[in-house]
Design a protein around this ligand. Structure first.
Ligand SMILES: NC(=O)c1ccc[n+]([C@@H]2O[C@H](COP(=O)([O-])OP(=O)(O)OC[C@H]3O[C@@H](n4cnc5c(N)ncnc54)[C@H](OP(=O)(O)O)[C@@H]3O)[C@@H](O)[C@H]2O)c1
Length: 334
């Protein structure tokens, strides 16, 4: 084995308010030696996810990230050495490696991936983001052709795919995003029917004119005030797919809203359902097949935002939470 250094980014302190660079530290260690049943991985691309911030707050669908440990995160990685069944050097996997150059993980925790071009699509449209958009919209939101679908964080990795899948299914699609530029991109490039800039003023009125027939499916990435504005405009028997609550992740005062729960749910016979993408992994092949055919047919545009260098991962997450990204943000580990 050539001499190697394992650069690691530690979460040195859990943020009480907004996440900043001071909460992280770059350090170096020797690469781990894989034990029996484990595989040594070299990290190629780290996935940046809004949920990374939520993991610092406490247990979610995974254990909380603790201060003094390597920051957790999913990544596309290459097998360097295998002491686990079913993996050989050169294989590509998705794994919870954390923010570092190398990780040794049990073989049973790895998802083997095909070698496709570009590799980055394995983290965007064919990764968690694409599957979340697919299952959240089609299995939880269950839109029918002609219905109105609204999605928040619409220019982000999940949201930009949700809106386009809604269009593929024959829906009228409205995106909610921060800033005129993002909104113009959604309508001009991604085919959304309308977009609401939530930073330009209260969402309720703008949404009313963007979705004059009311909302049948709301794909909620943000929670808080935007959820409240959408809830009030839901049509009878509408569905709200609760995907995440990014407005609550990064130092926001603890939410009191949305108002209208449960009153509006009762009167309008609404279904409001949370989901975690892993719940649907049994249907992964079908989802990937559909996503691949839509990408090949040019119906689904994939937007990626690749930041260079492991050392820039903290900045990349802080920027994602502030809305810097368009589409799927990831870090290429040099
Ligand atoms: N349930 C699941 O299985 C699952 C899986 C993956 C992701 N998720 C969730 O999906 C959502 C999207 O995550 P992602 O990783 O794909 O991130 P992303 O959408 O690529 O990026 C986050 C975007 O959220 C927007 N944002 C930030 N603060 C906001 C606020 N206070 N109000 C409204 N918008 C805000 C920003 O865009 P603007 O410029 O528009 O503000 C930012 O670009 C998150 O809630 C995440 O937790 C859930």
């Amino acid at each position: 084995m050539e001499a190697r250094v394992n650069r690691q980014i530690l979460l040195v302190e859990k943020p009480a308010g907004r996440l900043g660079p001071e909460h992280f530290r770059l350090t170096e260690a020797a690469p781990p030696a894989p034990k029996d049943g484990e595989v040594l991985l070299r990290v190629r691309y780290i996935s940046l996810d809004a949920a990374n911030r939520a993991w610092m707050q406490g247990a979610t669908y995974r254990a909380a990230v603790e201060a003094g440990t390597v920051m957790a995160g999913g990544a596309l990685a290459e097998v360097v050495e295998s002491r686990g069944e079913g993996f050989a050097p050169g294989d590509l996997v998705f794994a919870d490696t954390g923010w570092q150059d190398y990780a040794a993980l049990p073989a049973r925790e790895l998802i083997k991936l095909p070698k496709i071009t570009p590799l980055t699509h394995l983290l965007s449209v064919y990764g968690i983001a694409g599957l979340t958009a697919y299952f959240g919209l089609l299995h939880v939101g269950r839109p029918k052709a002609g219905e109105t679908v609204v999605v928040s964080a619409a220019a982000g990795s999940v949201g930009s795919l949700v809106g386009q899948i809604g269009k593929i299914k024959g829906c009228r699609v409205v995106g909610i995003a921060g800033g005129r530029e993002k909104c113009d991109w959604l309508t001009a490039e991604l085919g959304f029917d309308a977009a609401v800039d939530y930073k330009a003023g209260p969402v309720f009125k703008a949404l009313k004119s963007a979705a004059p027939q009311g909302i049948d499916v709301y794909f909620d990435n943000v929670g808080g005030d935007i959820l409240e504005a959408c809830l009030a405009q839901m049509n009878v028997r509408g569905r709200i797919a609760c995907c995440g609550a990014i407005s609550q992740y990064d130092g926001a005062p603890s939410g009191t809203g949305p108002r209208g729960v449960p009153g509006l749910l009762v009167i309008r016979r609404l279904v409001m359902q949370g989901f975690v993408v892993m719940d649907y992994f049994k249907a992964r092949d079908q989802a990937l097949g559909d996503l691949q055919s839509w990408v090949a047919a040019g119906k689904l545009k994939v937007q990626e935002d690749v930041i260079e260098g492991l050392e820039n991962t903290p900045r990349a997450l802080i920027g994602l939470l502030a809305g810097e990204n368009r589409g799927k943000r990831m870090v290429r580990v040099g």
